[in-house]
Design a protein around this ligand. Structure first.
Ligand SMILES: Nc1ncnc2c1ncn2[C@@H]1O[C@H](COP(=O)(O)OP(=O)(O)OP(=O)(O)O)[C@@H](O)[C@H]1O
Ligand SMILES: [Mg+2]
Length: 341
């Protein structure tokens, strides 16, 4: 398995991945607090630094980029300052912004104010719900014209309105058409919010976390058997080929249609910050499938990548070198696989 995964790390570079979904700007404002406001019982923060990070689908793109593959993001930004700055960040990575559609709503921004090492407040600026007809049409025509260029498609869903049933139908119809015309099979993998699971009918694979899996399957998951049953229910409900449930410190579990549940324990050595681990999982999984790996191999690599990012502070990404270092040093991973069917 290790040598296969090493080969896979080489092969994922150079793949082209399309990320469709909700785009988020993560804004951090740092400062110091010396007094309480005379206006209200709140601290006054003297701002010393500000930073913008790519979030949501844009963080998935960042992960793909860090592993040497090319990604294009298709989603909605606003006609506003943050939309412009986000485009700048993508351009800094060398990513094309051709799939971005400027909608009639503001760019989604989550702002954290941090002082004395503590988050003082977080405020969100966003407008969710169904986008305007022109926005949906613009996304649809981008997908129509460009899907055949990609080796895999990621749906990064934060249930902010971009991923709707009509858009998914259009996307999957085009994927089917490409396969019929050229023989090219483009896997469509989804990091879902559990709402309206019928949106995902006919995709290749879903990667819900534990809570999302409970909501999508409509049952509690307290043991391996319940995990298997919940995954089975999702396979049936969505009609996909596989379900990968991410389980935080317990790693992940993969159920492929007609197979036994495969449990993949985490390889993380130390855990500092689990933010964005789900984005790393979907990014590496899609890259693995794009490179032709079976589900189990792509999932194993995604699990190793997630194990690396949780050891870093902040929403992090992982490089090919880091993955190879784990693969070289971590002989125990292979034997740690257990089938729990
Ligand atoms: N505490 C942890 N210890 C070890 N590994 C972890 C931990 N948390 C997450 N991971 C790794 O990251 C993967 C994804 O994490 P998780 O199941 O929390 O997804 P998520 O809830 O979708 O994350 P996100 O907050 O990014 O959406 C796990 O499958 C595991 O490999
Ligand atoms: Mg998640």
């Amino acid at each position: 398995m290790m040598t296969e995964l090493e080969g896979l790390v080489q092969r994922i570079a150079g793949k082209k991945i399309l990320v469709v979904g909700d785009i988020i700007v993560d804004q951090f404002v740092w400062g110091t607090v010396n007094r309480i406001s005379p206006e209200a019982p709140v601290p006054v923060v003297n701002v010393t630094k500000e930073e913008l990070l790519l979030g949501g689908g844009a963080n998935v793109l960042h992960n793909i980029h860090s592993l040497g593959a090319e990604a294009v993001l298709c989603g909605i930004i606003g006609d506003d300052e943050m939309g412009g700055r986000l485009q700048g960040l993508l351009q800094d990575l060398g990513a094309s912004t051709s799939g971005l559609v400027q909608g009639k709503r503001p760019t989604t921004v989550k702002t954290r104010v941090v002082a004395q090492g503590q988050q003082v407040v977080r405020f969100d600026r966003e407008q969710t719900g169904t986008p305007s007809e022109t926005t949906i049409a613009a996304m649809g025509s981008f997908l129509e014209q460009n899907i055949s260029d990609y080796d895999a498609i990621i749906i990064s869903d934060y249930y902010k309105g971009v991923i709707s049933k009509p858009l998914m139908e259009k996307l999957l119809a085009r994927v089917a058409q490409v396969e019929q015309e050229t023989g090219k099979k483009i896997p469509v993998v989804v990091d879902p919010k559990p709402d309206q699971p019928e949106r995902f009918a006919g995709v290749t694979l879903l990667t819900p976390n534990h809570l999302e899996a409970e909501k999508m399957s409509g049952m509690r998951i307290r043991n391996t058997e319940e995990l298997r049953v919940a995954a089975e229910i999702m396979l049936q409900k969505v009609g996909c080929q596989a379900v990968l449930i991410t389980r935080g410190e317990a790693g992940m579990a993969l159920l492929e249609s007609g197979r036994e549940l495969l449990s993949i324990p985490t390889t993380a050595r130390e855990v500092f910050d689990v933010t964005g681990a789900g984005d790393t999982v979907i990014a590496v999984l899609a890259m693995g499938l794009a490179a032709g790996a079976p589900f189990g191999e792509a999932a194993a690599l995604a699990n190793i990548a997630a194990g690396v990012v949780v050891g870093k502070v902040g929403t992090a990404t992982v490089s090919q070198e880091e993955l190879l270092a784990v693969l070289h040093g971590e002989e125990k991973i292979e034997t740690a696989f257990t089938s729990c069917g």
